[in-house]
Design a protein around this ligand. Structure first.
Ligand SMILES: Cc1ncc(COP(=O)(O)O)c(C=O)c1O
Length: 385
């Protein structure tokens, strides 16, 4: 058995990131400046979008995006319950209401047929799909049912993800990425919003920094002006140059980090393919999965104590397994505010009950992965009915 704990996630940073941050500190310019602009330019190019706006989190990006497309109090926004807190709360920030629709049983991504059914029942101001784990949603089907309703993608897990040959980041009105500590590109905290829509980009940029007229961040530079105008009550969502310096180095390593996670995923696939108690993560043959998460599904009938017992057994064997996600309709706030029952979204409820996520990050060695594999086999054997 492994003699020390393998964390569920670790960032992949080395002396290059340390040097980049040291350079920013020595420059004397810590907050939004040249590094943020360089990061935005490089990111926009990487995903093939006209605009990229760096912000303090994916949550901030989603809030700005919904605001920019006009989501207002009382509006409805269609989203998935199978997600993290963010996807629901950003809708509530604007006084709008989430309309949850169930997910597909294979990918756990929002089901376009359910979106179509919801749109037949009521008008929506936006649709907010989430690319769970890094496997893309069926955006072609979503676009078809959405018509004019703007799609705002939660791509917190989806870098670098491809749907068919196309990178996620330039396929909907707005796409929002996360650079949180556990994500596939990390700046500690941070996010990016990408769009091809000039008006949306303008609005998001202004609202990301107090609703102040363009280039407000330049007011302490030689070419900036002390004069500014507040055009709307905006937010304080800008990214720092310290974080952007990390982001630039991480972007340079993005493909190498992805290749390592893909290798680990393939290693897990091979190890668990013959295991009747476990179901492998779904992925489309033409897609590129980002492998932010490796989500197994457990056959609860075959294991004493089911998924919960498996997580406990893995932790006892020093493997930091986790569960993604407790669907939003099962949480007290959404349950009580909207009177939701577990049976309202039967697939999300059922699949949550049998999901377990294994560690998958580029700093993991083959030995680490083999320890995970051995612990899974060992735990399954211990719990097998
Ligand atoms: C699906 C999803 N959306 C959004 C977020 C929020 O990202 P951030 O922490 O950058 O706001 C997360 C964070 O883990 C997430 O899992």
């Amino acid at each position: 058995m492994r003699d020390h704990f393998l964390p569920f996630a670790l960032p992949d940073m080395d002396e290059a990131e340390v040097a980049a941050v040291a350079e920013v500190i020595r420059s004397g310019w810590l907050t939004t400046g040249a590094k943020v602009r360089a990061f935005e330019t490089a990111f926009a190019e990487r995903v093939g979008a006209r605009h990229a706006i760096a912000v303090s989190s994916c949550t901030a990006a989603l809030h700005l995006a919904l605001e920019a497309v006009g989501v207002s109090p009382g509006d409805r926004v269609i989203t998935t319950p199978y997600t993290f807190a963010t996807s629901g709360e950003v809708i509530r920030y604007l006084g709008a209401h989430p309309v949850f629709v169930d997910v597909r049983p294979d990918t756990l991504n929002i089901d376009p047929d359910q979106v179509a059914a919801a749109l037949r029942r009521e008008r929506a101001a936006a649709i907010l799909p989430v690319h769970i784990a890094g496997e893309p949603c069926d955006l072609d089907a979503l676009r078809e049912v959405a018509g004019d309703t703007p799609i705002i993608e939660d791509a917190a897990h989806a870098l670098p993800t491809r749907l068919g040959g196309r990178m996620i980041g330039a396929q909907s009105r707005v796409t929002c990425f996360s650079f949180y500590a556990t994500k596939t590109l990390s700046t500690g905290e941070g996010g990016m919003l990408t769009t091809d829509d000039d008006a949306v980009a303008d609005r998001c940029r202004i609202m990301s920094l107090h609703g102040i007229s363009r280039d407000a961040w330049k007011r302490y530079t030689a070419e900036g002006s002390w004069r500014y105008e507040i055009l709307a009550p905006g937010f304080k969502y800008n990214l720092t140059d310290i974080a952007a310096a990390l982001g630039l180095v991480q972007l340079g390593k993005l493909d190498a980090m992805w290749r390592r996670r893909a290798e680990l995923a393939a290693r897990y696939d091979r190890a668990f393919a013959g295991c009747p108690e476990l179901e492998l993560p779904a992925r489309g043959a033409d897609n590129q999965h980002a492998w932010h998460l490796y989500m197994l599904r457990v056959d609860n009938d075959r294991l004493a104590g089911g998924r919960d017992a498996l997580v406990t057994e893995l932790r006892r064997r020093n493997i930091g397994a986790s569960v993604h996600f407790i669907p939003l309709h099962l949480h007290p706030y959404y349950r009580e505010t909207y009177g939701l029952q577990p049976s309202d979204f039967p697939i999300a409820t059922r699949e949550f009950g049998r999901e377990v996520s294994l560690p998958i990050y580029s700093r993991m060695t083959d030995r680490d992965a083999d320890d995970v594999i051995a612990a899974v086999h060992d735990s399954v054997a211990a719990l097998r009915r």
